[in-house]
Ligand binder design. Structure first.
Ligand SMILES: [Zn+2]
Ligand SMILES: [Zn+2]
Length: 169
């Protein structure tokens, strides 16, 4: 595949964003030992599911959602029950592309959610989603969002703004 100058730049930025997102995972997120405690003879998770708001029988699973814009970046780790995580992955299956170690092939030119065409040097959000499930290796997903859909992602997942990140120009 040949890249135009513009798409090379976008790919460079996207890979740089991926490194930042991976750094947050490495720094803040250990693959989890089960968060369990015994309550009334029942083994329940210590933390409540961040989606449905209650503790469950058994261990929670997790995901980290990170969004990197040119001007700001956002991330949050969520603890979720297996049922809600299944649902979440199902509803985002069209939007989130699973990545492997070979990296990103080419920058997408349309928003993963609304399919609006992104400009040549647009303000766009590169999103990286890391998923941890019981007895499975970590999985990584990617999506690119227009500004409107970036806002929606921040709201939907209540992402928190990070300091000190600036994407390369
Ligand atoms: Zn849940
Ligand atoms: Zn969009």
């Amino acid at each position: 595949m040949t890249f135009t100058h513009a798409s090379r730049a976008a790919l460079f930025n996207t890979n740089a964003a991926r490194e930042v997102a991976r750094g947050w995972v490495a720094k803040n997120t250990q693959p989890q030992a089960p968060d369990l405690s015994q309550i009334g003879g029942l083994v329940v998770s210590v933390y409540q599911c961040d989606i449905h708001g209650a503790r469950i029988r058994g261990a929670l699973e997790g995901l980290r959602v990170s969004l990197l814009l040119k001007s700001a970046s956002f991330t949050r780790k969520l603890r979720v029950c297996p049922t809600d995580l299944d649902e979440l992955l199902k509803t985002h299956a069209q939007e989130w592309v699973e990545l492997d170690d070979s990296g990103l092939e080419a920058p997408s030119t349309v928003c993963s959610a609304c399919e609006e065409t992104l400009g040549v040097f647009p303000e766009r959000g590169d999103a990286f989603i890391y998923v941890w499930r019981r007895s499975s290796p970590q999985r990584e997903f990617y999506a690119v969002y227009c500004l409107g859909c970036s806002d929606r992602l921040i709201r939907d997942f209540q992402l928190k703004e990070q300091e000190r990140y600036r994407a390369p120009a």
